[in-house]
Design a protein around this ligand. Structure first.
Ligand SMILES: CC(C)(COP(=O)(O)OP(=O)(O)OC[C@H]1O[C@@H](n2cnc3c(N)ncnc32)[C@H](O)[C@@H]1OP(=O)(O)O)[C@@H](O)C(=O)NCCC(=O)NCCS
Length: 178
């Protein structure tokens, strides 16, 4: 994996987290237990701190970048879909960010919120816990019901990525490399 110190900041990565060799982690970044970081993810803590909670997953191609004005805090068991762009200030526990979503600078995602695929979350959008937001710009779509199918699907994804964090160090094998 490519992990870089930047100035006096060095990434801190829990021993049970998995970071794919093609991911890039720079500077002031803290990664919790059983986190899974997929190929081609960039987590760049060169301008501000980034903290990622336990059992969160960050899927292929996603970018997380912070800002000197705040620490980017991503909670526990957060699901970040493929190719998401995260310039947010916070994503609280159990939230899910759909594939290709863009979270603008300083935006905040509340606990258990689902951000739809391809959504654009403006920094001024106030998200409330356990609701769905989607569209460009992202708008409130509906509440999350106790038996919500989209919510259940996310829980299954999160569990499977926790399992991946354990399985990848053991089973991932390079077959060909040039
Ligand atoms: C936003 C989301 C949760 C909505 O799911 P849902 O409540 O089951 O919604 P439905 O599929 O029943 O669609 C309801 C309406 O919302 C629209 N819609 C669904 N997803 C949308 C999205 N991402 N953006 C805009 N509109 C969307 C549908 O077209 C439909 O519109 P209509 O009523 O005019 O026909 C889901 O589409 C989504 O994007 N989930 C994210 C999944 C995720 O995080 N994936 C990453 C895992 S790797």
């Amino acid at each position: 994996m490519t992990i870089y110190a930047f100035k006096d900041k060095t990434p801190k990565i829990a021993s049970t987290a998995y970071v794919h060799p093609q991911a890039s982690i720079i500077g002031d970044v803290t990664i919790g237990e059983r986190v899974f970081v997929a190929p081609m993810v960039s987590i760049r803590g060169d301008r501000g701190s980034i903290i990622i909670g336990d059992e969160t997953n960050i899927q292929d191609g996603s970018v997380i970048h912070s800002d000197p004005r705040f620490t980017t805090r991503i909670g526990r068991r957060v699901n970040i879909g493929h190719n998401a762009t995260i310039h947010a200030e916070s994503i609280d526990d159990g939230a899910a960010i759909g594939m290709g979503a863009v979270l603008m600078l300083g935006s905040r995602v509340a606990k258990g919120v689902l951000i739809g695929n391809s959504a654009l979350l403006h920094d001024k959008t106030m998200t409330e816990p356990f609701k769905v937001y989607a569209g460009i710009p992202a708008k409130y779509m509906r509440d999350i019901r106790p038996d919500d199918q989209a919510r259940k699907a996310i829980d299954v994804y999160v569990d499977s990525y926790v399992e991946n964090a354990k399985a990848y160090p053991k089973y991932l094998r390079v077959l060909e490399e040039e």
